[in-house]
Design a protein around this ligand. Sequence first.
Ligand code: CAA
Length: 405
Amino acid sequence: MLDFSLTDEQISAAEMVREFAEKEVYPTIGEYDRKQEMNPAVLPRMGELGILGINIPVRYGGQGFDYVTLGLVCEELERVDSTLRVVMSVHMGLNSMGLLQWGTEEQKHHFLAPQARGEKIAAFGLTEPGAGSDVAALRSTARRDGDDYIINGEKMWISLATKADHILWFAKTDPDAEPAHKSITAFMVEADMPGVTSGDIHGKLGVRAGSTGWVNCKDVRVPAFNRIGHEGEGFKIAMSCLDNGRYTVGSGATGLIRASLEASIKYAQERETFGEPIAQHQLIQQKLAYMQQWYDAARLLYLRAGWMKNEGIRNTRETSVAKWYATDMSFQAAHEAVQVHGAYGYSDEYDVERFLRNSRGAIIYEGTSEIHQLMQAGYALGWRRDKPLRCELPAYDPEYWQAEA
Ligand code: CAA
């Protein structure tokens, strides 16, 4: 049976998030974008409203919604501003869902529950100055010392770098391991541990009202309790976290396509040239038609991936294609929206200028479009096959998700 309907709960969660984004964030987004600062009210409000734990089981401090709801929420957030969705990508997709998949029961109560309640903010420390697409080239190290590990290294382009309390940090415990990806182990580094420093990066093309920065560890002593998964499992943990982060990026980019379409429809009906609204011109209609097509296809792709997560079916390929398609098309949609707006679209008087800048980063982070093309080709050629993991992302079970304990 194929069912495209959404439940009342999914619809009301999306409506709640839309209202928050429109009423509480939209009015000042231009101001924070120009200041290159994050609105300080955003993270506390997202915590209060339960958005930071939307799809985490109630027993771990979350709201107990399913993975499809997470996609709908990301779509609504990025329809208003990309910076809001980026929060969900790192806090939820790349960190909290990684804990849900790989953490022990004690780690879920210790790290995940405060994250889901919004009391602790989470980030993802994978990328380094010399290692982006080539994850196994990372140089951070973790040396065992009694009951602790000593971590050294530098992370770069980290969303929420200066806001996060918990950073899922990937380091080499066995730098000589072959193949290289088996050298990596995951740790939860806490921002207040001695030796952890961080800073913001300014001058970005987009997501200027978001927080992006660097984090360094200098002889940071991390208890073995903070190791997530086994030694040598870090690459797989990072990749499985990316299966969830990419889902939030793809669903969010779908919201950005919708925002570009909505803004273009409004402007095309108001603006007149040659004695009639520009919506009457067929070349403008063509742009709107394409944006509608991109939106529908992007939405179907992420809903398929969300459904697979709910069912507990591995979705690395489906999530990758959803992320790749939606981010490429959100850039294209924002570009067309600027064109519909003419010279006004080139100024920050209209939102589409910000949409164009904000859409660009997602074509680079969480796997460049080129990485996704290589993955899709690998699957098509039969060279790439997903292997079962020691810990899979749990399928959505409403009874378990909504039970207190
Ligand atoms: N989940 C779990 N395990 C996985 C996996 C997945 N999705 N994908 C691969 N693996 C496993 C494989 O099964 C394999 O396991 P075995 O050792 O048992 O054989 C192992 O990992 C190695 O897999 P591959 O051979 O496929 O790995 P690869 O070296 O060919 O790399 C790649 C594949 C697709 C290029 C990968 O390195 C990649 O996705 N790179 C992009 C990294 C990326 O997205 N970085 C973004 C950083 S985070 C960010 O941007 C967030 C922010 O804050 C802005």
